[in-house]
Design a protein around this ligand. Sequence first.
Ligand SMILES: Cc1cc2nc3c(=O)[nH]c(=O)nc-3n(C[C@H](O)[C@H](O)[C@H](O)COP(=O)(O)OP(=O)(O)OC[C@H]3O[C@@H](n4cnc5c(N)ncnc54)[C@H](O)[C@@H]3O)c2cc1C
Length: 390
Amino acid sequence: MDLTGNWDLPDEYKMLRDTVRRFMDKEVRPAEEQTEHDSNALPPAVKEQLQKRAREIGVWCVQTPAQYGGAGLNLLGQCVVAEEAAKCRMGLYFPAAGAFGQDPPKVIFRGNQQQIDRYGVRTVQEGLTTCVAISEAGGGSDPARAIATRAERKGDRYIVNGSKMWISYIDQADWGVLYARTGAAGDRGGITAFVFDPKRKGITLKRIGLMRSHQPYEVFFENYEIPVEDRLGEEGQGFELAEEWLVHARVPYAAASLGVAQAALELAIAWARQRKTFGQLLSDRQSIQWMLVDSEMDLRSARLLTWQAAWKGDRGENIKTEAAIAKVYATEAAGRVVDRCMQVLGAMGMTHEVPMERWYRELRIRRVGEGPSEVQRMLVARELLSGRKE
Ligand SMILES: Cc1cc2nc3c(=O)[nH]c(=O)nc-3n(C[C@H](O)[C@H](O)[C@H](O)COP(=O)(O)OP(=O)(O)OC[C@H]3O[C@@H](n4cnc5c(N)ncnc54)[C@H](O)[C@@H]3O)c2cc1C
């Protein structure tokens, strides 16, 4: 009987981590240093060069299956890359400053072959940008009930009327996935997914200013037409097609939050080891050491929870609960860590000389995005109270 278990990354994943780490150190961060504190993109020529290198080292669209041109990493591999790719100033929302490409929404791979080739594969090949439009002003936590935007079939098209809210990347997107109601109001089975073109007539955008460095949009659809061939799956299958993808996406989302917090802790340790106050180094003060130690404990526990969710997901288990726990714990822990690290740096932590204040703002959003903390806790409570045993 083997009682040792497996509490560390397998060697292949350590190699993957080291490869990404080197790429971030040598290529991404030096390029990013040439941009403004709140920038969201590298100069196009620089980005193109980095993307070429990323493809060469096999870290391109890591969540996309290899058969469609992505790196095809499993969840654990995605977590390893997400954590390292977040370790740059814009890394929380633009991993590796965009060098690794943007994965198309996974639901496209539940479409038919023509949709997969035309949208999914082309996005990976050409490095296109996409968006996902689910949330509405009437509620984002419970979209299955809240979605009121309607898509009415008229012959070979659907006519869409209504509005979406908080939609990221739509201003740059080449295409997106829209969830609209084709069935009865309030019915989870009444939602259908469509591929849509944000540049086609019938759409207007209104920018929403908020604390993140790039802004989402309110999106208005007025008699906006979608050809029937752009419907994904059957009418009413919208959430059924996306369910597993939405759950799995929370795991690398958790890992990316840990990446910026780990980078913040490394900066805080370096600072504490060279900053003297009252004739002594900060690193010699117990109150400073405890902030660093509490941060290390937060990070280690969040990482284990995240890797465990990934590992179970990769074994084909239903990880609704594990993904919820990882998402809540990692996003909340990362917020605590960056907050403490800013304290260790004093005034310097608040400046644009270091990335912490940007990470602090952007991490705050992670407790609301991809299913807010309360809703994830609700999922865990359901499981706890159902009596299911491990
Ligand atoms: C920067 C940013 C980018 C985003 N990008 C996108 C995007 O690209 N596409 C997209 O579709 N959406 C996007 N969203 C929307 C995001 O998914 C929603 O904001 C989120 O799902 C929460 O919905 P809501 O804001 O309507 O809050 P509500 O649903 O109104 O909830 C408000 C608060 O109440 C809590 N709450 C809700 N229900 C319960 C309950 N039953 N018990 C206890 N507490 C509860 C919630 O946790 C939350 O804290 C984005 C949001 C932000 C902030």
